[in-house]
Design a binder for this molecule. Structure first.
Ligand code: CMP
Length: 145
């Protein structure tokens, strides 16, 4: 089934964007939107609001606001699960054991600095794509035609 998902390249892996896009293309997915931005603390907290009560929340927000991120809309067959398969396990340390060719094994460092994020369901993909690529209030080319 054709799906769209959000791939978020975190500050520790922005310089690896070329290799990351190649991994996406190698799985027969397409990159259909891209945006480089620096998140404020408030924006990052809003994006990760489901983790507000977690012990790692402050470390996570500190990390994702420490430099620019690149948001990608990734489209193709089973895009949500395929992109998460490319990512590998959340913790880059265990990724190097379990899925050594995965993106997080290659480019991440540990449980927090893990190179990239992927939406975990179609519902979160819709929310997270809207966060970075708003359909109603954007002022980009898509709305100026
Ligand atoms: P991500 O896929 O972006 O989803 C939430 C993020 O929180 C996760 O990747 C990690 O960056 C971070 N995270 C998740 N679990 C932990 C953990 N146990 N310890 C530290 N950071 C975590």
């Amino acid at each position: 089934k054709k799906e769209r998902t959000l791939a978020l390249i975190k500050p520790d892996a922005v310089t690896k964007i070329g290799d990351i896009i190649q991994m996406i293309l190698d799985e027969n997915l397409m990159v259909t939107k891209a945006k480089m931005t620096k998140l404020s603390w408030t924006q990052a907290g809003d994006f990760y609001s489901e983790h507000q009560s977690k012990s790692f929340f402050n470390n996570l927000i500190q990390f994702v606001t420490s430099g620019p991120v690149v948001a990608l809309e990734v489209m193709g067959d089973e895009a949500v699960s395929t992109w998460r398969k490319i990512l590998g396990p959340t913790d880059s340390v265990s990724a190097r054991g379990d899925a050594s060719g995965s993106l997080r094994a290659r480019f991440g460092t540990d449980g927090t600095r893990n190179a990239a994020h992927g939406s975990d369901s179609l519902a979160s993909a819709a929310r997270e794509l809207e966060f970075f690529f708003p359909s109603t209030t954007g002022n980009g080319p898509a709305n100026t035609a």
